[in-house]
Ligand binder design. Structure first.
Ligand code: PEP
Ligand code: MN
Length: 339
């Protein structure tokens, strides 16, 4: 349900509605719009004698309407505008499209520093790098752990770029919160509900990747787990899905971009690196994603991809990344955006 407050509702009336929702055994999720406040009412209604419809009786309430989609808080029904928030100084969900770039894995201080300087020069707005890596084989490099996070921290100090890094285990939340600006949930963990609930309680923004075999509806339900815990700073990321095609690592689902933009107010990102798996396809799929309406991109860049410990084949060299940025700007302009 959504409680739509009158445009002239007072703060006291809003507070009264929120506390009544709590008394009825539900969680209120207020969203302050430009014209009016709406309050999402979520929770299990089994065995509850009172119906939330009665909230219509309260002062300042304009209407109480049902949310038809199962993803209540992620749905555009609750919020018509794309949600906006800040990660340090970087605005998310606005006209300007932020580009996250950096290596798949943190490998050494020299590697991260060099890449961070290069991507910043080219206009990237955040630095990515995995310190805890989800690898298909348990015998390959698993990430540098806290040592890697310390390197990312140094790079942030040097460049001012906020840090995006993956969380794989709910137990790592404290250490990751000390270093990360954005917690990335990887494709393999996108339906790890314990992890989703954990980051839902965090004060850090979340970049949620789509699982390789999750439908768009399931993907939105994953986001709902985070939102239901109170964390509203969620970015969705299309990163390719598993199909019969073997010419590319994954099949980048371009369709998902306009579909998600229609169904949710959450900002939509694209990851053409994992979406294709080959560096030579990353630029064209980036341009297509911008044309399709993404709110941000995440791109793997490595100073020496030939010897990268993970995902070298899909990583751009800094000069190719610089070229991508140059090609991306006019495409963004053509669809009324900027980079
Ligand atoms: C990554 O970003 O390096 C990564 C492992 O991505 P995904 O979870 O999308 O495979
Ligand atoms: Mn990778």
């Amino acid at each position: 349900m959504i409680v739509v407050m009158k445009s002239n509702a007072t703060q006291k009336e809003i507070e009264n509605v929120k506390s009544t929702i709590e008394e009825l055994g539900y969680k209120p999720h207020p969203i302050e719009g430009i014209l009016r406040t709406v309050i999402g009412v979520v929770g299990d209604d089994r065995g509850k004698p009172h119906h939330v419809d009665n909230l219509k009786q309260l002062k300042g309430v304009d209407n109480v309407v049902p949310i038809m989609q199962p993803y209540k808080l992620a749905s555009r029904e609750i919020e018509d505008q794309t949600s906006t928030f800040k990660v340090r100084d970087v605005e998310i969900g606005k006209n300007k499209i932020p580009i996250i770039a950096g290596p798949c894995s943190v490998e050494s201080e020299e590697q991260v520093m060099e890449i961070a300087k290069e991507i910043k020069k080219s206009g990237a707005s955040m630095l990515r790098g995995g310190a805890f890596k989800p690898r298909t084989s348990p015998y390959t490099f698993q990430g540098m752990g806290e040592k890697g996070l310390k390197i990312l921290d140094k790079a942030r100090e040097l460049t001012g770029l906020p840090i995006v890094t993956e969380i794989m285990d709910p137990e790592d939340i404290d250490i990751l919160e000390d270093y990360a600006d954005v917690l990335q949930i990887g494709a393999r963990n996108s339906q790890n509900y314990a992890l989703l609930k954990k980051v839902g309680k965090s004060s850090k923004a979340v970049l949620l990747k789509r699982g390789m075999s999750t439908t768009i509806k399931e993907f939105l339900m994953c986001a709902e787990y985070i939102l239901a815990e109170g964390n509203n700073r969620v970015m969705l990321c299309e990163r390719g899905i598993r199909t019969f095609e073997t010419a590319t690592r994954n099949t980048f689902d371009l369709n998902a971009i306009p579909v998600l933009k229609e169904k949710t107010h959450l900002p939509v990102f694209a990851d053409p690196s994992h979406g294709t798996g080959y560096w030579q396809y990353v630029t064209p799929v980036t341009l297509a994603s911008i044309a399709a309406g993404v709110d941000g991109l995440i791109i793997e860049v490595h100073n020496n991809p030939e010897i990268a410990v993970s995902d070298g084949g899909q990583s751009l060299k800094p000069d190719t990344f610089d070229n991508l940025m140059k090609k991306a700007r006019p495409v963004a302009k053509a669809v009324g955006r900027s980079i």
